[in-house]
Ligand binder design. Sequence first.
Ligand SMILES: C[S@@+](CC[C@H](N)C(=O)[O-])C[C@H]1O[C@@H](n2cnc3c(N)ncnc32)[C@H](O)[C@@H]1O
Length: 495
Amino acid sequence: MLSKIEQLRLIVSKAADPKRKSQFGQFFTPAGIAQFMAELFIQRTKGNCHLLDAGAGIGSLSAAFLERWASGGLDFQRVEVYAFEIDKGLHPYLVQTLEKYRQYLNVVPTIRGDDFVHAAVDSLCGGLFTETLPRYTYAILNPPYKKIRSNSAHRSALRRVGIETVNLYSAFVALSLSLLEDHGQLVAIIPRSFCNGPYYRPFREYILKHAAIRQMHLFASRNKAFKDDDVLQENVIIMLERGAHQGNVTVTTSTDDNFTDMEMHNYLFDRIVLPGDPEHFIHVPTSPEFGVIERSGAIRCTLEDIGIKVSTGPVIDFRLKKHLCKMPDADTVPLLYPGHFKGQITDWPNPESNKPNAIRRNAETEKWFYPNGFYCVVRRFSSKEEKRRIVASVVEPDSFPNAEVLGFENHLNVFHEKKRGLPKALAYGVAAFLNTAAVDENFRRFSGHTQVNATDLRLMKYPSRENLIVLGEWAMRYDELSQILSDEQLESLVA
Ligand SMILES: C[S@@+](CC[C@H](N)C(=O)[O-])C[C@H]1O[C@@H](n2cnc3c(N)ncnc32)[C@H](O)[C@@H]1O
């Protein structure tokens, strides 16, 4: 039966109007993934089951759940399926999918064409004339991915139930979790951005407060999970149990939706959300071995301990457009973009660049500049082809001989000491440390995107200031930061 639904998925997905697809965040789950997701539920009660499929599409996820029941993997007397799908154009397919199971299973389908966010909020608030939704035993979802604007009706509705979030996918997960009965289970396939994105902190706090994370699955390849839909997000499948005590977490990984090379490990929760982390980053370790960063007792310092800070480059070019200059002159300040750094070489000014090389120095721009000096900079966006996510370079004052101050553009993260430069060896040490494979590996545990936020860099652990200076002196001797420190060198230099 699933293969028929899979054929339907491919047909509907191909035929769907791209505008509609983007308007409703329509990416339909392939059968292999749907089946894997349905397998994650653990049988609790044998009586009647209430299943929620929020943003149901053509019903692939409900079908996978019912298929598991039909094949004896789950045992119920009756399953009531609540499928919310706002695009009524998909309802005939959804009806077709669910009807097939009704012919031989005790399935009671309810298809709702209203907006899930509003229906869920109304039900949770319990207004006089609103329909109360059941408390669900299970929820299975591949929610729409779409930003929620801060002044939108969705945002205000979510606030009514204490959910503060920036995307429909996290809103759907938080609401579904709230609609579950105690110990109800939720399985969702969602982008990995919630694990460390600064705007997703309230969402992380929400799920950690109301549920236990039981399992996470990571697709190692960024574009394989939804390959026929060109989805380039890194996705995770997460299994949550409402109101349960948080124990160990099972983490599975596979390259793609064939699951042929699946690995499974169990982790103490302390390795998923690090104790004392105010941001509650969710780590997805891909191997049980501790990396150098976790292992080394000498890499435990915060930037505060070291006495430095990291900020996103303060010059936002489109806001200061009229002050930007293609090339420097006597009244300008160097304006630095990621493109000005090639490994350890500073290529400035670059007349070939399509970005400006300088910015006028005047009363309007002055407050955005830092004094010329040694800084460590990290590009905020690396390309997908780049092997390392974190690419750090050192800014040398001699590269800008006549400049009193420098402008750092917003696509760079800048390490500084009270908005001034760092001692030379410290700037080199921070860059040498950040360029190690150990840091890259550690970063990938909590971040699935190519973007490196200042918050990410702020929350990482570093060697002490003295040890960073030792690393810097090592790097300066080689005069080459692309000479990457091996794990052994890093461990022996900071020991
Ligand atoms: C990512 S698709 C997934 C579809 C299906 N669950 C699957 O796995 O194939 C999300 C679905 O949610 C629907 N949707 C978007 N916004 C919605 C809303 N506010 N309420 C209900 N459904 C919505 C879209 O039309 C789309 O079919």
